[in-house]
Write a protein that binds this ligand. Structure first.
Ligand code: UFG
Length: 359
């Protein structure tokens, strides 16, 4: 795939395009910032850098040819939020909408530290919404997750599947969705789009942005790329006795750039929407097993990935994939990047940045 140029975008007047992007320095946030700038928005980033990188934002700036406004701080800081909304308005670029990524995101950690998860993800979002109300900002795009569905009753997951999360992380996403549903019901101008991500993987095709987990990766794809680059000796494949195509777990992997574009489409939808709350799956509609992903990665990268079968990982389901038809109908969005694109771009990122954003 050709590397897109981000140098030639003409930005529309700031007065109608200013956005607050919370958690903009993280994996999905940085990729989304690029797409937002490309679409003509002027994002202001709020991030506490607990899981994001200053260098990643510098790279966004260099890819975009655009200087970002970045504020270091937390969504739980009422005074800071008020100051950011007021300052944007005073400078003639009032914030029009919020794209809300900030939050804790590890399933396992959420089981061990549930209060941290409720504090940051739920209380933090409440604080943000209250500040938005004071600033008369009516639109939010929220980073939700397919994990809100819990144990699948049927595949693919449609948005009408019951919400029954099985861990505190998933519960925080489901609770925030409910808060947003109620917030939209309370005022006809409120617009909330909850994007239920499936499994984002891959990286920006430039090789300059990608996923940089701290420590040992929990998720499959960054683990594979770290084995490929020699940082881990082998991959543990959790379970080979699932009732799936080859016994290994099946997921709906989606290229992070496709996911990022989904946020731009969601903002456009918010402007057109006549109803307030909507939850939308962002996935490809295709399931891929652990071994299928592994083989695709080996073929694309030319790297051998040694692996060992291990018992099933507690809490994992056998398979899940999205029904992405709501996204196509409402947003005009469809994932276009293939599994091979995900592997090629993820490998380019990892091989060019073996230590992520660290030197
Ligand atoms: N897996 C391995 N070895 C590993 C890591 C994972 O075999 O080292 C397997 C898992 O057992 C599973 C598949 O690879 O079958 C995918 O696992 P991930 O950890 O990459 O992703 P999950 O589907 O478990 O979870 C992800 C996100 C969650 C999110 C969920 C939404 O990590 O935050 O997708 O569906 F909630």
């Amino acid at each position: 795939m050709p590397i897109p140029s981000f140098q030639r975008f003409h930005l529309p007047p700031a007065s109608n395009s200013s956005l607050l992007v919370t958690g903009g320095a993280g994996y999905i946030g940085t990729h989304t910032l690029l797409e937002l700038i490309r679409a003509g928005y002027q994002p202001v980033v709020l991030d506490d850098f607990s899981n994001g990188s200053h260098l990643a934002l510098k790279r966004v700036e260099s890819l975009a040819g655009h200087t970002l406004q970045v504020v270091e701080g937390s969504i739980t800081d009422t005074g800071l939020l008020d100051a950011m909304f007021s300052s944007a308005a005073e400078h003639g670029s009032p914030i029009q909408a919020v794209v809300h990524f900030a939050g804790l995101k590890s399933v396992g950690e959420s089981v061990a530290k549930p209060l941290d998860y409720y504090q940051t993800n739920v209380a933090g979002t409440l604080t943000l919404l209250q500040a938005m109300e004071r600033a008369h900002v009516h639109t939010i795009v929220f980073s939700s997750s397919a994990t809100v569905y819990g144990i699948p009753l049927a595949q693919p997951y449609t948005e009408s599947h019951p919400i029954a999360p099985v861990n505190p992380y998933g519960s925080t996403k489901a609770i925030v969705e409910q808060i947003l549903r109620d917030w939209c019901a309370a005022h006809p101008a409120h617009r909330a789009t909850c994007l239920r991500y499936f499994n984002p993987i891959g990286a920006h095709p430039s090789g300059m942005l990608g996923e940089a987990p701290e420590g040992i990766p929990n998720n499959l794809f960054p683990f594979i790329t770290q084995v490929a680059v020699g940082k881990r000796p082998h991959l543990n494949v959790f379970g080979n006795d699932y009732p799936t195509v080859d016994g290994t777990g099946v997921r709906d992997y989606i290229h992070v750039v496709d996911l990022a574009i989904g946020h731009v489409k969601a903002l456009e939808h918010s402007r057109r929407a006549t109803t307030g709350f909507v939850a939308i799956n962002l996935g490809t509609g295709r399931g891929t097993s652990v071994l299928e992903l592994l083989h695709a990665f080996q073929t694309v990268s030319g790297q051998a990935i040694p692996y060992e079968f291990q018992p099933r990982r507690p809490g994992d389901i056998a398979e899940c994939w999205a029904d992405p038809s709501t996204a196509e109908a409402l947003l005009g969005w469809k994932a276009t990047r293939t599994l091979e694109d995900m592997c090629a771009d993820g490998w380019r990122w990892q091989s060019q940045n073996p230590n992520g954003y660290e030197p």
